[in-house]
Write a protein that binds this ligand. Structure first.
Ligand SMILES: [Fe+2]
Ligand SMILES: [Fe+2]
Length: 150
């Protein structure tokens, strides 16, 4: 499994959920609750496999180190926003505003990953290494889902 293919598929799934939430209103709290829980579960797992498997491999390379250190910081901000959004009532304009900022942050982060970071990763890593990373990412997701279902 190619690491970039796997991560891009995750990004697309998250983008779809973000768009769906963006279309909800303050009156549709139950829908928002469910969609937000789904979004948070996807993002938690995605961030976890990036931080434990993908980013450490890139951090070691001269080419991708800087952009990877930025990415960790962007994850930290996204997690902060997610925690606030989870804790706050979802029927307010403030929640909607904060959600819009989260969405923009994630879109910016994904653009940098799929652009500059993947480009530098291709320069720094061999095809075999990218495949091996993809296998590890896939396995980590599988194990996490199996543990969650148990
Ligand atoms: Fe990321
Ligand atoms: Fe990502």
């Amino acid at each position: 499994m190619n690491a970039f293919t796997l991560l891009k598929a995750d990004h697309e799934k998250v983008a779809g959920i973000l768009e769906t939430i963006a279309e909800t209103t303050e009156r549709a709290v139950k829908g928002r609750d469910e969609l937000f829980a789904q979004l948070k579960a996807e993002l938690d797992l995605h961030a976890m496999i990036e931080e434990e498997i993908f980013y450490p491999a890139l951090e070691e390379t001269d080419e991708a180190r800087e952009i990877t250190l930025e990415a960790y910081e962007e994850h930290r901000l996204v997690k902060q926003l997610l925690a606030e959004l989870e804790a706050e009532p979802k029927d307010t304009e403030e929640w909607t505003a904060k959600f819009t900022v989260l969405k923009e942050n994630i879109e910016h982060h994904v653009e940098e990953e799929e652009g500059e970071m993947f480009k530098k990763a291709r320069e720094a890593l061999s095809e075999d290494e990218i495949e091996a990373l993809g296998d590890r990412l896939e396995e980590a997701k599988r194990q996490n889902k199996a543990a969650a279902a148990a």
